[in-house]
Design a protein around this ligand. Structure first.
Ligand SMILES: *Cc1c(COP(=O)(O)O)cnc(C)c1O
Length: 392
């Protein structure tokens, strides 16, 4: 960035999420090598920023640009991601006796999932930093999103994806001009190949939380939830957790809004609920003190949840504990039933990741951990259309 460029971003520096060691924002950053943990972007909240300033902002996640890390707005690569609706699930609520049940529909985002938030941010930052080649290990949606934003930014894209991923996820990467590598195994194995490509070809690695800015893109969901609900937060938020960026990001946004004075210091924050696949539940097992070996985790129809090792696991666990949240797992069969049930009753074709939220919610109600009278929000992280070959 040229020193004379005026920036409206309050971004100031990054810190290690464990020991707070500072890293500068004007240089290329990956993760905190001191502790081998993710970096967190810190903003200067001593500067005034009013809620009213949002009124003149675009109707996309970039309306929160002041609390995002792009320093020169000319570097923003955007397809209008964000500002997705919060839809009441009135029919399901009526049949199952819920008082306030709604879903934030992230399936409406560019490339059909909320990954577009993180990748719009990461690729805008990559462009700002002059990066010319990006590589990403992905379970599916992140690869498609990165391919699209790289195409628009004129950055070379390399995607590494499990070979069993539905065809649509592979095709979109190729249509956007990315180089696609298929690996027999899960995303952690793709991560090994991505690291090799990073090493050999000098590509910048956009792996979840090993790159600091996808988190900033995903945190905009937290800002939107507050703004859309007129700054009155839900009692519980259910989140389908793979790498956990969205969950960590929403929680970060709530705390930033307290610092900004947009939420009251004594606001009751939602309980954050981690939902994972029965077949691949490392975060749930960790929080229950029942850690398993890597080989015990397998694939799921919800490919976004087939993440056997989450680099940000400690950060996810902290959010669940701090918020008084909980965890639940759901089988693939339950997810498919859930997709069909929600599609038939609400006209909404969700990704199986999100159908897991609905089935998980019913289990939590049975267990007495969530009550039918609470204000419940689920995040539909993706569009079900990409998964059709596994759903019919
Ligand atoms: C990536 C993905 C997830 C998991 O998101 P994280 O923030 O990495 O936990 C959930 N659902 C869908 C559809 C995804 O693509």
């Amino acid at each position: 960035m040229n020193a004379t460029t005026v920036s409206s971003s309050l971004a100031s520096h990054l810190i290690c999420s464990t020991c707070n060691t500072v890293s500068p924002i004007h240089e290329v950053q990956t993760y905190a090598h001191c502790c081998a943990k993710p970096l967190t972007v810190i903003y200067d909240f001593t500067k005034e920023l009013s809620k009213a300033s949002l009124l003149s902002q675009p109707n996309t996640m970039w309306r929160y640009a002041a609390v995002l890390p792009v320093l020169d707005p000319r570097n923003i690569v955007s397809f209008g991601e964000g500002m997705t609706p919060i839809l009441p699930l009135n029919n399901l609520a009526a049949t199952h006796n819920f008082k306030s049940l709604s879903i934030k529909d992230e399936g409406l985002n560019p490339t059909g999932s909320f990954k577009s938030r993180g990748l719009s941010m990461a690729i805008s930052k990559a462009k700002e930093l002059g990066i010319e080649h990006c590589v990403i290990p992905t379970a599916g949606n992140a690869g498609g999103a990165m391919s699209a934003y790289c195409a628009a930014a004129g950055i070379k894209a390399t995607v590494v994806m499990p070979s069993h991923t539905p065809q649509s996820f592979k095709q979109e990467c190729e249509l956007y001009g990315a180089e696609l590598h298929l690996v027999d195994g899960l995303i952690n194995k793709c991560g090994v190949m991505a690291a090799e490509i990073q090493e050999k070809e000098g590509a910048f690695n956009i792996s979840t939380l090993k790159e600091p800015y996808r988190l900033e893109g995903k945190k905009t969901m937290g800002y939107e939830i507050a703004e859309h609900l007129n700054w009155e937060l839900p009692d519980v938020i259910l989140y389908p957790t793979g790498g956990g960026t969205g969950l960590i990001g929403i929680w970060k946004a709530f705390h930033e809004m307290i610092s900004l004075g947009w939420l009251k210091a004594n606001v009751k924050l939602p309980r954050m609920i981690v939902v994972q696949a029965d077949n691949c539940s490392p975060v749930v097992d960790f929080l229950n003190g029942e850690e398993k070996a890597l080989v015990d985790y397998g694939e799921s129809i919800a490919n976004g949840l087939a993440v056997p090792v989450a680099f940000g696991r400690d950060m996810i666990a902290k959010v669940v504990r701090e918020s008084g949240g909980t965890t639940v797992t759901v089988t693939d069969k339950e997810m498919i039933d859930g997709v069909k049930e929600v599609a038939k009753s609400e006209g909404l074709l969700m990704a199986p990741e999100s159908a897991a939220l609905w089935k998980g919610l019913l289990k939590l109600v049975d267990r007495g951990e969530v009550s039918r009278g609470e204000k419940i929000l689920m995040i539909n992280t993706g569009n079900g259309y990409k998964y059709l070959e596994h759903l019919v």
